[in-house]
Design a protein. Structure first.
Length: 196
């Protein structure tokens, strides 16, 4: 990796760490410069402003990481309901990238930025739509295999699972404790069982 590429990646990674901990709007360029130890000139060589850097964080760091964590595990079609439960359990309990005290980075960015910055909205929506499509598809496959009742609306199930996941992430963030996830995971398992 060339020096300029390494510097750019360092800025993105360290800026993401700050933003994940403090929020996008409360993280200043000066905070990022202090954390990365790069000059203002080096920052502006790579990004014309903070928002361009924020979009790069979403596209270059979050999308690949979340595709690996949120999308690829759903591509196991053996038992879709079990796969969905295992995915959510992993994201809440076992995933080292997602910190209980900071919540879900996509949800955080969405709450802070999507309503007033169309570029952020588009980038975040692309990630979210991919998760919706992938989860809906495996539920449809489960219906065709007879593992899920035929009348189940796959899109409604997906939206319920995703919105409840983002909601419980916020409870975890408030409590700063994974114990809050236990009741949710038990109820999610019960709900998914009702779809058989």
């Amino acid at each position: 990796m060339k020096k300029a590429e390494a510097t750019r990646l360092n800025i993105l990674q360290k800026a993401f760490e700050l933003i994940y901990e403090k929020g996008y709007q409360t993280t200043s360029i000066d905070d990022i410069l202090l954390k990365t130890q790069v000059t203002k000139g080096a920052f502006y060589y790579h990004f014309k402003n903070k928002d361009e850097m924020g979009i790069a964080i979403i596209n270059e760091l979050l999308k690949p990481t979340l595709t690996n964590s949120f999308i690829e595990p759903l591509q196991n079609e053996e038992n879709p309901l079990e796969t969905i439960h295992n995915l959510i359990h992993h994201l809440l309990i076992d995933n080292d990238f997602l910190k209980v005290q900071h919540g879900c980075p996509v949800s955080n960015f969405t709450q802070e930025m999507a309503s007033w910055n169309q570029d952020f909205n588009n980038a975040l929506n692309e990630i979210t739509q991919l998760w919706i499509t992938t989860m809906t598809d495996i539920i449809e496959i489960g219906k065709r295999k007879g593992l899920i009742r035929y009348e189940v609306n796959a899109n409604q199930v997906t939206m319920f699972v995703m919105s409840s996941y983002w909601g419980i992430r916020n409870f975890g963030k408030l409590d700063n404790d994974k114990l809050v996830y236990d009741t949710y995971l038990a109820e999610l398992k019960y709900y998914l069982e009702t779809l058989k």
